[in-house]
Design a protein around this ligand. Structure first.
Ligand code: FAD
Length: 402
C-alpha cells in the first residue's frame, strides 16, 4: 500500500470537476467524475477566460481544443448607458497578451465543458450519478448516491456547484446569499445582428448605467453574441441556469438605453433569467479526505468574470498537490491546497460583490470618479489576470510529470 497514489472521486462534471480529473490523471492519479445529469448537454451562455484561466487550460492540454470556438476580443469598451459616449477603452489583444503572457478569450461555457470532456475521455465520467451525501470513514471516503448506490475513494472532491451536496453533507447546510439582482443571458446568432456596425469587430462591450449594466461579447468563433444584462430583482429567487425570462421584460428594464443595447436585446428570442447568488467565504474547505472546489468552495457573483477561471486554477493546484500525495498523506495535501487557494478566492468573492454596485452608479460625481478609476483597470486587475496559480507551487511543480 505504501507509496500508492490515491484514487480520487470528483463529484460534479462542470468546468471545475472535469478540469480536476484531467489534472489528476495527467499526474498518474486514478480519478473518476460523478455527474448528476444524464448527458453533458450544452448549457449556459458565454464565459470570459482571462490570461490566468487560459494558462490553466494550456497546462491541462485543453486550450488547443478551443482555438476555433474561442474569440480573442480586441478591446474592452466601456460606454455610457444612454449617450453611448466611450468612457474608457483598454486593449485586450496585443498589450494585454504581452503583459499577462496569455490571451483573453470569450467562449461558450458548453464549448469549454465539451473540450474538457474530450480531453478527459468520457469513459472517466459516470453520468446520472447524483450525490446525496459524503462520509469520511477514516481510511477512505464514501459517496452515497440518490439511487442508493455508493462509491469509495481515497479522497472526494466536491465540484458540484453553488448548491453543493458535498458541502452540505460535510459542513452542514447554509443558505446562499441573494444579491437582489438577476442576470438575463442569451446567445444570439450574429446574422440576426448584421445591422449593427459596432459588431464588425470582436469587442467586449460594457455599458454602465443607473441600477443596471449590460455586457456583450462574441463567442462561437464570432458566430454568436453573448450578453449578460444585470437588473435589480428583489422577488426573483429561482437560482437556476435553465429558467426562461421574457424579451419584453428586458426591453422594459432597459427602456431609454442606447439603441445598440436595445437592438441587441430586441434580437434575442428568449433569454434565460438567473437570480444572482454568492456565498460568504467559507473558513475551511476540507474535512479529512473530502474537499471542495470551484463554486462549491467559493461561489462568487459574475462581476469579475472569474467563476470559471477560479475553478480552473483550483483544479490545477489541487491536481499538483494531490498528485504527489500517497493515500496516507491525502488529508495534508487537501489542507495544503486550500491554504494556497482560499486567500485569493476570498478576495475575488469580495471584489465581485463590490463591482456590482460600482457598475450601476447613477450619473453624477460618483460615476465620474468610477470612470477615472477605470482608466487604471489593467494595473488594478493585474493581480487577477497576471496570476500564475502554478507559480505558488514552486519550480518542482511547474509541469506535469506524465
Ligand atoms: P458548475 O459549473 O456549476 O458545475 C457543477 C456541476 O456539478 C454541474 O455539472 C452539476 O450538474 C453537477 N452537480 C451538482 N450537484 C450535483 C450532485 N449532487 N451530484 C453530482 N453532480 C452534481 N457561468 C457563466 O459565467 N455563464 C454562463 O452562461 C453559465 N452557465 C451555466 C450553466 C450551467 C448549467 C451551470 C451548471 C453553470 C453555469 N455557469 C455559467 C457557471 C459557471 O460554469 C461556474 O460558475 C464556473 O464554471 C465554476 O464551475 P464549477 O465546476 O465550480 O460549477
Amino acid at each position: 500500500m505504501a507509496g500508492r497514489r490515491p484514487c480520487v472521486a470528483v463529484v460534479g462534471g462542470g468546468i471545475g470537476g472535469l478540469a480536476t480529473a484531467i489534472g489528476l490523471r495527467r499526474r498518474g492519479v486514478d480519478a473518476v467524475v460523478y455527474e448528476q445529469s444524464r448527458a453533458v448537454a450544452p448549457q449556459g451562455a458565454g464565459i470570459a477566460v482571462g490570461a490566468n484561466g487560459h494558462r490553466m487550460l494550456r497546462e491541462l492540454g485543453v486550450a488547443r481544443r478551443l482555438q476555433d470556438s474561442a474569440v480573442a476580443p480586441l478591446r474592452a469598451d466601456f460606454r455610457h448607458w444612454s449617450t453611448g459616449r466611450r468612457m474608457v477603452v483598454h486593449a485586450l489583444s496585443g498589450a494585454y497578451e504581452e503583459r499577462f503572457k496569455a490571451p483573453f478569450w470569450t467562449v461558450e461555457r458548453s464549448a469549454v465543458q465539451q473540450a474538457l470532456l474530450a480531453e478527459l475521455g468520457p469513459e472517466h465520467v459516470r453520468l446520472g450519478a447524483r450525490c446525496a451525501a459524503v462520509e469520511d470513514t477514516g481510511h477512505g471516503a464514501v459517496i452515497r448516491f440518490a439511487d442508493g448506490t455508493e462509491a469509495e475513494a481515497d479522497a472526494v472532491v466536491g465540484a458540484d456547484g453553488i448548491h453543493s451536496a458535498v458541502r452540505d453533507s460535510v459542513f452542514g447546510p447554509e443558505a446562499a446569499v441573494f444579491s437582489g439582482t438577476s442576470g438575463y443571458r442569451a446567445l444570439i446568432p450574429m446574422e440576426r445582428l448584421a445591422h449593427l456596425p459596432e459588431l464588425a469587430e470582436p469587442v467586449l462591450w460594457l455599458w454602465l448605467g443607473p441600477g443596471r449594466h449590460f455586457i456583450a461579447y462574441p463567442v462561437a468563433g464570432g458566430r454568436a453574441l453573448n450578453f449578460l444584462a444585470v437588473v435589480p430583482d428583489r422577488d426573483w429567487l429561482i437560482e437556476s441556469w435553465s429558467t426562461q425570462g421574457e424579451t419584453s421584460e428586458l426591453l422594459a428594464a432597459f427602456d431609454g438605453w442606447h439603441p445598440f443595447v436595445t437592438a441587441v436585446l430586441a434580437a434575442c428570442e428568449r433569454p434565460s433569467r438567473w437570480a444572482l447568488y454568492d456565498r460568504e467565504p467559507q473558513r475551511t474547505w476540507s474535512r479529512g479526505r473530502v474537499t471542495l472546489l470551484g463554486d462549491a468552495a467559493h461561489a462568487m457573483l459574475p462581476h469579475h468574470g472569474q467563476g470559471a477561471n477560479q475553478a480552473l486554477e483550483d483544479a490545477v493546484v489541487l491536481a499538483h498537490v494531490l498528485g504527489g500525495a500517497t493515500p496516507r498523506t491525502v488529508t495534508e495535501a487537501l489542507r495544503a491546497y486550500e491554504q494556497i487557494r482560499r486567500p485569493r478566492t476570498r478576495l475575488l468573492q469580495a471584489g465581485s460583490r463590490k463591482n456590482a454596485g460600482c457598475f450601476q452608479l447613477p450619473d453624477g460625481p460618483e460615476a465620474q470618479a468610477r470612470n477615472e478609476r477605470l482608466a487604471a483597470l489593467p494595473d488594478d486587475l493585474a493581480w487577477i489576470h497576471g496570476h500564475d496559480a502554478l507559480g505558488l507551487l514552486g519550480p518542482a511543480s511547474a509541469s506535469a510529470p506524465v
